[in-house]
Ligand binder design. Structure first.
Ligand SMILES: O=C(O)CCC(=O)C(=O)O
Ligand SMILES: [Fe+2]
Length: 348
C-alpha cells in the first residue's frame, strides 16, 4: 500500500537556512512533499507580520455591510474583492464563510487584444478603510519573498537545481482574508478540494482549528493550529509540473460551532499562458531527474487534475473555469457564455 500519514509534519525554516542543519531538514522537507503534501513551516521570521495581520482581520470584517459590498467581487472580472457569506461553492455545496480576495498589486490592464483568460490578472478592490491597502500589499510582498525561497528549497530537497520551478511562476499570486462564523455542527466551512490556483499555498490559521487533510486511506487528519507557523501545501499546479510525483492533497475546513475562525491563505500563482503540452514536456524532464522510486513515478502518471484536462487551452483557461464555478454570480456576469459551457462540462 502507498505510504500515508496520520499527522502533518513540521519543517523548521530557520534550520533550512542554517548550513549546519540544512541537510537534515531538507530530508524532512522531501518526505513531507512526497508523502503528505502538507507541512507546518515554523520559524519563518514572519511571526510578527502574521500576528499583526490577524489582529486587523476582525476590524475589516466588522466594517459596515455597505463598505464591504462596495468592493464586492461581482465588480471584478479578475475575481478579486469581497464575497459575502453563502456566495461561494465547493464540491457542489455552499461554503459557510466570508472573504476578501486580493492579488499581487501592479498588474497591467487587460485589453481586447489579450487572451480572455488574461483577465484573471487584474487590480485589487481594497475595502475603504485606513491602512487596508498597506496591510494587504505589505503582507503579499513579505510572504511572496518567503514563498520564492521555499520553492528553491523544495527543488533542492528533490535534488533538482534551485531554479527548476522559477519559469513556472505566474505574475499574480492571490491572498485571501477569510472568516468562518460559528455555525451548526458539521457545517461546511469550505468543502473538500485541492488548491488549484498555483504552486504552493501558505496558510496562516488562527487558534480555532477545523482544518483537515485526507490521507491515502481516506481518513480525515486534523491540522491543529501551531502558533506562528504557516501551513504549506502543494497545489495542483505543482502536482502537474512534477507529473503527479508530488501530489496535491485534498483538504477541507469544518466550520466552527461556538466561535469565529479567521485564516489567511496565500496562493503562489502559476503562469497563465502555460499550455498542457509545455507542461507535459517539462514534467517529463523534471520527473526523470527526481530520485523517486519507479513505483511512485508509475502511480504518478495519471493524476486527475483540472490542469491536465485537454479541454483547456492553457493553465489560464483551466483556472478561469475553476473561478467561474466557485463564484457563479461573478462568472455569469462577466463570462456568461463560458459559464454556460463550463458548468455543463465534466472533467474526465
Ligand atoms: O481556511 C483555511 O484554513 C483553509 C482554506 C482553504 O483551504 C482554501 O481557501 O483553499
Ligand atoms: Fe484550500
Amino acid at each position: 500500500m502507498a505510504a500515508t500519514f496520520s499527522s502533518v509534519p513540521q519543517v523548521d525554516y530557520a534550520r533550512l537556512k542554517d548550513n549546519a542543519t540544512r541537510e537534515e531538514e531538507l530530508v524532512k522537507l522531501r518526505d513531507a512533499i512526497f508523502v503528505v503534501g502538507f507541512l507546518y513551516l515554523t520559524n519563518t521570521g514572519l511571526e510578527d507580520l502574521i500576528r499583526h495581520t490577524h489582529g486587523k482581520l476582525r476590524e475589516l470584517f466588522d466594517l459596515p455591510t455597505e463598505t464591504k459590498e462596495e468592493c464586492n467581487m461581482i465588480h471584478s472580472p479578475s475575481f478579486l474583492g469581497y464575497t459575502r457569506l453563502g456566495a461561494e461553492t465547493t464540491a457542489a455545496q455552499t461554503d459557510f464563510r466570508e472573504q476578501f480576495d486580493f492579488g499581487t498589486p501592479g498588474m497591467r490592464q487587460w485589453t481586447e487584444q489579450d487572451p480572455f483568460w488574461q483577465r484573471l490578472e487584474g487590480n485589487n478592490q481594497y475595502p475603504k478603510h485606513p491602512g487596508a491597502q498597506e496591510l494587504v500589499d505589505d503582507y503579499i510582498s513579505r510572504i511572496d519573498n518567503l514563498a520564492q525561497n521555499f520553492v528553491h528549497l523544495v527543488a533542492e530537497s528533490l535534488s533538482l537545481p534551485k531554479d527548476t520551478f522559477d519559469d513556472f511562476k505566474g505574475k499574480m499570486s492571490r491572498l485571501k482574508f477569510v472568516k468562518y462564523p460559528p455555525s451548526a455542527p458539521d457545517s461546511q466551512g469550505v468543502g473538500p478540494h485541492k488548491d488549484s490556483a498555483g504552486l504552493f499555498t501558505f496558510l496562516s490559521q488562527d487558534n480555532t482549528g477545523g482544518l483537515q487533510v485526507l490521507n491515502k486511506n481516506g481518513e480525515w487528519i486534523d491540522v491543529p493550529p501551531v502558533e506562528g507557523s504557516l501551513v504549506v501545501n502543494i497545489q495542483q499546479g505543482f502536482e502537474a509540473i512534477t507529473g503527479g510525483v508530488c501530489a496535491a492533497t485534498t483538504h477541507r475546513v469544518i466550520a466552527p460551532i461556538s466561535r469565529t475562525r479567521y485564516s489567511i491563505p496565500y496562493f503562489l500563482g502559476v503562469r497563465l499562458d502555460l499550455t498542457l503540452q509545455q507542461l507535459q514536456e517539462s514534467a517529463a524532464h523534471i520527473v526523470k531527474r527526481i530520485p523517486a522510486s519507479d513505483d511512485r513515478k508509475k502511480r504518478a502518471v495519471d493524476v486527475p487534475s483540472e490542469f491536465l484536462s485537454p479541454l483547456y487551452a492553457c493553465f489560464g483557461e483551466a483556472h478561469l473555469r475553476n473561478r467561474i464555478l466557485s463564484h457563479p454570480d461573478v462568472g455569469r456576469r462577466w463570462y456568461p457564455d463560458l459559464y454556460k459551457k463550463y458548468s455543463q462540462q465534466t472533467l474526465s
